[in-house]
Write a protein of this length. Structure first.
Lengths: 345, 259
C-alpha cells in the first residue's frame, strides 16, 4: 500500500482543487438525487449511506491501523439495539439515541478490545469473529431484553427539534426526509473521519500499520492507540446501527449475521482500503448496486459475486486508486490548459 | 522521570537472558557515562542485540537491572523508555515507515516528545497545528543535514538502503534524545555514506551532547569513533577499555578481532 495519509507525493498545485471539486460535485449530485430518483433508488442510496458509517470505522482500524476486525457488524447491531431500546423504553429523542448508540458501542468495545488487542494478525481476526457468534447468541437468547427472534419493532421515527422555535419539530417520515437526514449524518461522520486521520493521531495509526515495533521504539504507546481506534471504529458502526434502526423501525438478531460484517469488509476492500474515498465509493457501489439488483432476484447474488471476482483480479487495491489516477489526469489536463492559455496570452 | 543527574546515564547490572535454556546474556555489568560514544563489539551470537532489546524494553530480562539516569526501568514498556527515558534505538535491519515520506517519518519520530499526551494528538486545533509546524521545520533541517532533500518526497520504502539508513538515523535525533543505541549503523552502506553517518554521530555527540552506544562490526571505524569499547563474548563481558587497549587485548584478539 503506497499511501501516506491521503496526501499524494509531490502533488501538482491543481490536485487539491480537483479533488475538492470532485467531492463537491458528488455531494451536489447526491443532494439533488431526491428530485430525480424514485423512492426505490433513494432507499438504495440511504442504505449505502448507512453502511458508509461502519465502513469508515473499518477503514480506520484496517486501512489506517492495519488490524482486520470482523466485529464491525457486531457494533452496528449493538448501535441498532441500543437506539431501539432507548427509544422504546425511555422515549428518548433521535439525536440522543444516535449519540448514545455510538457511545454504547464504544463502551462495549472497551472490554472486548482489552483482551483482543493482545493478539496479533490472524488470532485477532478469529477473536473478532468470536464476538460475532457471541452477539448473535445473546441477541437470540436474551429474550427479556431483545425479544429474541421476534426482534424489536415499532421503533419511533426520528423527530428533529427546530432550533429557536420552542417545541416545534420536524417528523422524518418520508423517504426523501430520511435521505437528507442520513446524508447530513454521513457527511458529518466523513468530516470527522478525515479530521481523525489528518490529526497527529492519524499519523500514529499509519505508523502502527507500517511497523508497530518501530512505532513503539519511538515512544508511541501503540496498544493504547489500537484500543482507542477499536473504540472509535465501534462508535462509527454504532452510529450506522442507530440510523438503520430508526430507518427500518425494526431490529432483529439478523443484524448480527456475518452478512453485515462481510458487506462492510467488501465495501472497504473493494472501494480502496486506507483511502478516504475508498469507503465512500465502496458503499455506493456494493450496497446500492446490491439493492438495485433486487429487480433480478435470481441473478442478484451471481452478478454480485461476479463483480467481486472482477474486482479482485483487475483492481486488487480497490476502485479508489482508479479515481485518484483520474483526478491526477484531470489536474494535469487543467495544468496544460492553463499553460497553453498563458502561451497564447 | 526523576533522574540522577550525576552518575552514569545507563547502568546495566547483572543482566541475564535465556532463550529456551540457551543463555544469551550471563550477568553483564557496565556503565555508560553521559556524553560518551561507547562501542559494543563481539562475535555473532555474543548477546549484543539481546542486550539492546533488554535495555530498551523490547524483551524482558530474566535477572539483573537496567538503570537509566539512576531509575530502574525494569518492566517499563518500550514506548515509555523512549518517551520518558529519552532512550532511542535503531535496529539491525534498517526500518522506516515505508508508506510515509521522509518528512512524515521524521515528524512521527518527534511527535510523542512534543505532544503532552495521547488525547492531545487527536486534536487538529491551533495548538496541535503549531506543534506539527515546529516538528515540520525541524524535520526539514534534518532532511537537509542528512542530504535527503532530493528524495524527501518519496515514500521511504522506495528509497535506497543507504538513504533509509540516513533517514533512520535522522529519526533518532528528532525527539532530542539523551541516549541512542545504534545497532550496526554502517552495515551494508558504501564508504561515502559511512563517512556521512560517522560525521552525523560525531556532530550529534559534540553539538547536542547525545550519548551513543554503538554495535558495529566495522572495527576500524568503531575504534576511531568510540571513547571506550565493551566486548561481549558468549553472553559475558570480556573486556571494557579504551579502543587502543582493546585492540591489544589478547583475549579480544583471540575471541573476535583475530590476527
Amino acid at each position: 500500500m503506497a499511501i501516506t495519509l491521503d496526501t499524494p507525493h509531490a502533488p501538482s498545485p491543481r490536485l487539491p482543487a480537483v479533488r475538492w471539486g470532485a467531492a463537491g460535485t458528488a455531494l451536489v449530485a447526491l443532494a439533488l438525487a431526491p428530485l430525480v430518483l424514485d423512492s426505490y433508488y433513494l432507499h438504495a442510496l440511504i442504505i449505502a449511506m448507512i453502511f458508509l458509517l461502519p465502513a469508515h470505522g473499518l477503514n480506520l482500524i484496517l486501512g489506517y491501523t492495519g488490524m482486520l476486525s470482523l466485529a464491525q457488524g457486531v457494533f452496528f447491531g449493538l448501535g441498532a439495539y441500543a437506539s431501539a431500546l432507548l427509544s422504546m423504553h425511555f422515549g428518548t429523542p433521535f439525536v440522543v439515541n444516535l449519540f448514545a448508540a455510538a457511545g454504547i458501542a464504544a463502551l462495549i468495545a472497551l472490554p472486548l478490545g482489552i483482551p483482543a488487542l493482545r493478539l496479533r494478525t490472524t488470532s485477532f481476526v478469529m477473536c473478532t469473529l468470536g464476538f460475532v457468534v457471541i452477539a448473535q447468541m445473546v441477541a437470540k437468547n436474551w429474550t427479556d431484553l431483545t425479544r429474541g427472534d421476534m426482534g424489536l419493532s415499532g421503533i419511533a421515527r426520528p423527530k428533529l427539534a427546530i432550533p429557536g422555535l420552542g417545541d416545534a419539530t420536524i417528523a422524518i417520515t418520508q423517504i426523501p426526509h430520511y435521505f437528507y437526514l442520513i446524508l447530513a449524518v454521513a457527511l458529518l461522520a466523513t468530516l470527522a473521519f478525515v479530521a481523525l486521520i489528518r490529526s497527529p493521531a492519524g499519523r500514529c495509526m499509519v505508523a502502527i500499520r507500517d511497523n508497530e515495533t518501530l512505532a513503539e521504539s519511538l515512544g508511541i504507546p501503540t496498544w493504547s492507540y489500537k484500543l482507542i481506534v477499536f473504540m472509535l471504529s465501534a462508535a462509527f458502526a454504532g452510529l450506522g446501527g442507530s440510523l438503520y434502526a430508526h430507518y427500518e423501525t425494526v431490529v432483529s438478531p439478523l443484524v448480527f449475521q456475518m452478512y453485515y460484517s462481510n458487506t462492510i469488509l467488501i465495501i472497504v476492500l473493494g472501494g480502496g482500503v486506507g483511502r478516504v474515498p475508498g469507503a465512500i465509493i465502496g458503499s455506493f457501489l456494493f450496497v446500492a448496486v446490491t439493492e438495485a439488483l433486487r429487480v433480478t432476484p435470481e441473478l442478484r447474488m451471481i452478478i454480485y459475486g461476479f463483480v467481486l471476482l472482477v474486482l479482485v483480479f483487475m483492481f486488487p487495491q480497490g476502485i479508489a486508486p482508479l479515481l485518484e489516477r483520474a483526478t491526477e489526469w484531470l489536474s494535469r489536463l487543467g495544468g496544460k490548459t492553463d499553460a497553453n492559455a498563458e502561451k497564447q496570452a | 522521570m526523576s533522574a540522577v543527574v550525576d552518575g552514569p546515564i545507563l547502568s546495566v547490572q547483572g543482566l541475564r537472558k535465556n532463550y529456551g535454556g540457551v543463555p544469551a546474556l550471563q550477568g553483564v555489568d557496565f556503565d555508560i557515562a553521559r556524553g560518551e560514544v561507547c562501542g559494543l563489539i563481539g562475535p555473532n551470537g555474543s548477546g549484543k542485540s539481546t542486550l539492546f532489546d533488554c535495555c530498551t524494553g523490547l524483551q524482558k530480562s530474566d535477572a539483573g537491572r537496567v538503570l537509566l539516569k539512576g531509575v530502574d526501568i525494569g518492566g517499563w514498556p518500550m514506548n515509555r523508555i523512549a518517551r520518558e527515558g529519552r532512550l532511542l534505538r535503531s535496529f539491525q535491519k534498517t526500518v522506516v515507515f515505508p508508506t510515509m515520506n521522509s518528512e512524515e517519518n521524521l515528524i512521527l519520530a518527534g511527535q510523542m516528545a512534543r505532544f503532552p499526551g495521547i488525547a492531545s494528538t487527536f486534536s487538529i486545533g491551533p495548538a496541535s497545528r503549531a506543534r506539527v509546524k515546529a516538528l515540520r521545520e525541524r524535520a526539514q533541517e534534518l532532511i537537509e543535514v542528512s542530504g535527503l532533500s532530493r528524495v524527501a518526497h518519496l515514500p521511504a520504502g522506495n528509497m535506497s538502503g543507504g538513504q533509509q539508513k540516513l533517514l533512520q538515523f535522522a529519526s533518532m535525533l528528532m525527539p532530542e534524545p539523551e541516549l541512542v543505541l545504534l545497532d550496526e549503523p554502517l552495515a551494508g552502506i558504501n564508504p561515502i555514506l559511512i563517512e556521512k553517518v560517522i560525521q552525523c554521530i560525531e556532530s550529534a555527540n559534540k553539538k547536542f551532547g547525545i550519548t551513543f552506544l554503538v554495535i558495529e562490526h566495522n572495527t576500524d571505524v568503531l575504534m576511531n569513533l568510540s571513547h571506550r569499547v565493551i566486548v561481549l563474548h558468549q553472553g559475558q563481558k570480556l573486556a571494557d577499555d579504551t579502543p587502543e587497549a582493546i585492540v591489544r587485548n589478547p583475549q579480544v584478539v583471540e575471541a573476535y578481532l583475530g590476527g
